[in-house]
Design a protein around this ligand. Structure first.
Ligand SMILES: [Zn+2]
Length: 434
């Protein structure tokens, strides 16, 4: 028999029958969080529920197709070997959409959090929100079809969008670089087009959530997810909990000033970390230094992306001006990470976002050495610099995992707004005892 102790973070159930819906999610969550398959006896120990309650709940979860039996424990010679339980991957699915001003990523996760289908497309050049929303809705249908998932098993769509957002109303307020977007009711628009429950959250919060659930050792404890995309942002996980702030707009770090003599930012000040992390700015520096062709049209996103890729390749190839430009970028970002890490006593920074793959080879080492020097409690514990384990999909995976979280949460949030606002997101679990 396993001697594994249940993880400390597992919630405890209550043995009162009338809260069966709550206990169903507690049991499902315990099975999800376990690092190996659990027997009913182990689930009882982890959740504090009685053997009879576990027996009833697991029967219900088996009937609903959310868990499955998966072999038996080796016999210890005492009694018969116990049947092990695990999540049934096909029990539920969730779609995740990551809306970045440059690229839209759509993924579908199964109940275990595995990506079973994905699509990625350049964000249309059209500024019209309706064009983009129609495109997203069509792509959502594509991934559902590609995964072959029965539609009734798709619990909803999560959207990760650039901040600031109005989470309660599902509204994207003023995303950077989508100039025609002002107070766009993205959640309701996508719900109307797909007929599925939809949740809207901030991109960096989604990314931090993805890392927490699927990032392995990177996702444990207390860390900042540093997002490098069109703009920069920070998602926070402290003590295994995603930090949201008063209005779910945590992590707006883009206007921290890292170079008082730097370029003018749209906020009216100079040298903001977001502005000085833009490929546009770095390519401009590279053009002035003769590292990339002069005369590049900085308003041509495609041309800037190509030049940025060349800058990164040159920087990786060896010492020189290209490397100095990227090293200066790393230094600016390290300054921001340092302040966040020291303020909150974090264990780790996890970098990710569309630009991370290109920057990682150089950036990783220079940020690491800069931060080792400056992390003030390094004599007590180290500060780790890591890259996301989830690659480019991290925002979309996070958006879908926020939807799946509702399946595992005893208090489904009103944020997952269904076709009718009062419809519970996960009606088939525990409804008999509600
Ligand atoms: Zn600014």
């Amino acid at each position: 028999m396993s001697t594994e102790q249940p993880p400390a973070v597992v919630r405890r159930g209550t043995n009162l029958d009338r809260v069966g819906g709550f206990n169903d999610t507690v049991v499902l969550d315990a099975i999800r969080r376990a690092e190996q398959r659990l027997s009913r006896v182990e689930i009882a120990a982890a959740t504090g529920l009685s053997g009879q309650a576990i027996s009833n709940i697991t029967r219900r979860l088996l009937d609903a197709g959310l868990v499955r039996e998966a072999g038996r424990q080796k016999s210890t010679g005492l009694g018969k070997p116990r049947t092990l339980l695990e999540l049934e991957p096909t029990g539920q699915y969730a779609v995740g959409v990551h809306l970045d001003p440059a690229v839209v990523t759509v993924v579908m996760l199964d109940l275990t959090g595995q990506v079973v289908a994905r699509r990625r497309a350049e964000t249309p050049a059209s500024d019209d929100p309706d064009v983009l929303i129609a495109g997203i809705a069509a792509t959502v249908e594509d991934v559902i079809a590609e995964a072959g998932a029965p539609r009734e098993r798709v619990v909803g769509v999560g959207i990760a969008a650039p901040g600031p957002i109005d989470v309660d109303r599902g509204v994207v307020v003023d995303p950077p670089n989508l100039t025609a977007w002002h107070l766009v009711p993205l959640r309701d628009a996508l719900r109307e087009r797909t007929g599925l429950p939809v949740l809207l959250d901030k991109d960096v919060t989604a990314a931090a959530s993805a890392e927490k659930w699927a990032g392995g050792p990177n996702g444990r404890g207390s860390f900042v997810f540093f997002y490098l995309g069109t703009g920069v942002g920070a998602g926070l996980v402290i003590g295994d909990e995603v930090v949201r702030g008063a209005t779910s707009n945590v992590g707006e770090i883009g206007h921290i000033i890292v170079d008082p003599d730097g370029p003018l930012c749209y906020c009216g000040r100079r040298g903001c970390v977001g502005e000085t992390s833009q490929p546009r700015y770095l390519v401009q520096q590279a053009a002035q230094a003769g590292v990339v062709a002069a005369g590049i049209d900085l308003d041509d996103r495609h041309a800037v992306d190509l030049a940025f890729a060349q800058l990164c390749a040159d920087a990786a190839a060896g010492p020189g001006v290209a490397r100095e430009i990227v090293a200066a970028l790393a230094e600016r970002i390290a300054k921001v990470v340092e302040d966040i890490a020291n303020l909150l006593d974090l264990e780790r920074v996890v970098f990710g976002g569309p630009h991370w793959d290109q920057l990682a080879p150089l950036f990783d080492e220079s940020v690491r050495s800069a931060l080792e020097e400056r992390f003030l409690v390094r004599s007590v514990h180290p500060f780790v610099v890591a890259g996301t384990a989830l690659g480019e999909d991290v925002g979309a995976v996070g958006a879908a995992s926020l939807v799946l979280d509702h399946t595992f949460s005893p208090n489904p949030s009103v944020l997952l707004l269904g076709p009718t606002a009062s419809a519970p997101a996960v009606a088939q679990v525990g409804s008999a005892e509600r």
